[in-house]
Structures are given as C-alpha cells and as structure tokens.
Design a protein around this ligand. Structure first.
Ligand SMILES: Nc1ncnc2c1ncn2[C@@H]1O[C@H](COP(=O)(O)OP(=O)(O)OP(=O)(O)O)[C@@H](O)[C@H]1O
Length: 229
C-alpha cells in the first residue's frame, strides 16, 4: 500500500533534512502509529504520502504508484483514495454536519441520490445520528472530530491519514475517537496516525514507527510509545 525506499527530504533553504534515508512498507489493513518528538519529521512523512511535498531522493510508492512519476493531473485522483483527519478538525463552519460530509462527495461528483444515502449511514457509524443539522460550532470537540472522520471516511478511502487527531481532546473523548478509528481500520482501511499521546499508543498496541531527527529509529509490531519527550 505504501513503500518508502531510502527517502530523504530537505526543504528549500534548510541545511538539515526533515527525513533521512527512510525505508519501510505499510501493508493494506495495517494500523500504524507514527511517533517522535516535535520536528522529527512526522508531518513531512505524511505530506510525502499525500504528495503535498516531493521526496528529494528515494522513492515513495502509494497504492502501487511511484509518486515521483505521477503527473500533477493524476494527483487529485490518487488523493480521493486517501482520507485525512487533523488535530484542528478543519470543518466548514457555515455548513451543517450533514453538509460538511456531503461536500466530500459532491467535490468528487457523486450522484445526489448516493450522497443522500451515504451521509446518514456514515454519521450513524461515527455516532452522530440525529445531529445532521447542527452547525460545527454547536458541537463538542469530540463531536467535531467525529464529523471530520465521517467526512474522511464517507468515500471509503483505502488509507486514512490522521495527524494528531486527539491532540485537542481530553483523554476520555480521545478513547472514543480511537475506538472509532479502530472500527474504521477493521473495515479494511489502512490507518496511519501521528500522535504524541502516550496512553493511546500504549493501550492500543499497534505497529509503532518512531522518527528521530528525520531518521526511522524504531519499527515495532504491537509496540509502545517508548520515549520521553
Ligand atoms: N515547509 C517547510 N519548510 C522548511 N522546513 C520545514 C517545513 N516543514 C517542516 N520543516 C522542518 O522539517 C523538520 C520536520 O518537521 P515536521 O513538521 O515534519 O515534524 P513533526 O514531527 O511533524 O513535528 P510536530 O510533532 O511538531 O508536528 C523540522 O525541522 C521543521 O522545521
């Protein structure tokens, strides 16, 4: 599903690479935690998968495609198969819960009938049945993140990328979000989640990839958080 072959990334005008010689494989259906202190390269890793950035050297393969060889016009098609969730939710504040989720389908040209069916289904799945007509500002942080996850999942992506999805949530709410991501993973969707949340990583015992100053320093099955920050 994802392969990094000796990938390094140095941003323009930076002397130190943000990623250094990273090689790894992530298979379909895996759940992977990406850990490492601030600035270790986690977001860069995710941006390379989304082709928001390009590798300086080495090759990144996503869904069997070499991203360096992918023409720009094909990138949106590739991204449609990836869902993204962020710490700050990134909902459209002037659209209802249902409209936020429907929007993800409208932009890819899904027929109206399908959207009308899929939106309530996915809102039920994330535990927001009955809140379709609320505005994001009327929801708790945990509920807003559920909307964001519904939006990311409604097109049934092969891969869900979550960048600190529990970073703004209290521990109890975070556990609910993790149960939801686990459920989504069980449907066969690969999940990659960057996090600083030690409790979550230690409880879930999934594969843990640790970056330190851009290098991959640990790749552990059923791993733990494993470092002090
Ligand atoms: N657009 C950019 N231009 C220049 N340097 C950048 C850019 N983005 C990131 N960097 C640098 O690359 C390194 C890795 O940053 P990155 O954001 O990938 O780390 P991170 O592990 O995601 O950190 P955090 O946990 O704080 O989100 C840092 O030294 C950072 O300053």
């Amino acid at each position: 599903m994802i392969r990094f072959d000796n990938v390094s990334k140095t941003y323009p005008r930076q002397s130190r690479p943000a990623l250094r010689d990273v090689s790894l494989d992530i298979e379909k259906g895996e759940f992977v935690f990406l850990v490492g202190s601030s600035g270790s390269g986690k977001s860069t890793f995710m941006r390379l998968i989304l082709r928001e950035e390009r590798a300086s050297t080495g090759a990144v393969h996503v869904l069997g495609k070499d991203l360096a060889r992918m023409s720009n016009w094909k990138v949106p098609h590739m991204r449609r198969q990836l869902g993204t969730v962020f710490q700050d939710f990134r909902l459209l504040p002037n659209k209802t819960v249902a409209q936020n989720v429907a929007f993800a389908q409208e932009v890819i040209g899904k027929p109206r009938g399908e959207i009308r069916k899929a939106v309530p289904q996915v809102l039920d799945l994330v535990g927001l049945g009955g809140k379709e007509d609320r505005m994001p500002g009327e929801l708790s942080g945990g509920e807003q993140q559920r909307v964001a996850i519904a939006r990311a999942f409604v097109n049934r992506p092969m891969l869900l990328i979550a960048d600190e999805p529990t970073g703004n949530l209290d521990p109890q709410t975070s556990v609910g979000i993790m149960k939801l991501l686990d459920r989504i993973n069980r449907t066969g969707t690969t999940v990659i989640m960057a996090t600083h949340d030690q409790n979550i990583v230690d409880q879930m015992r999934k594969r843990v990839i640790e970056l330190e100053k851009g290098r991959l320093v640990r790749d552990q099955a059923r791993g733990v958080y494993g470092y002090q920050h």
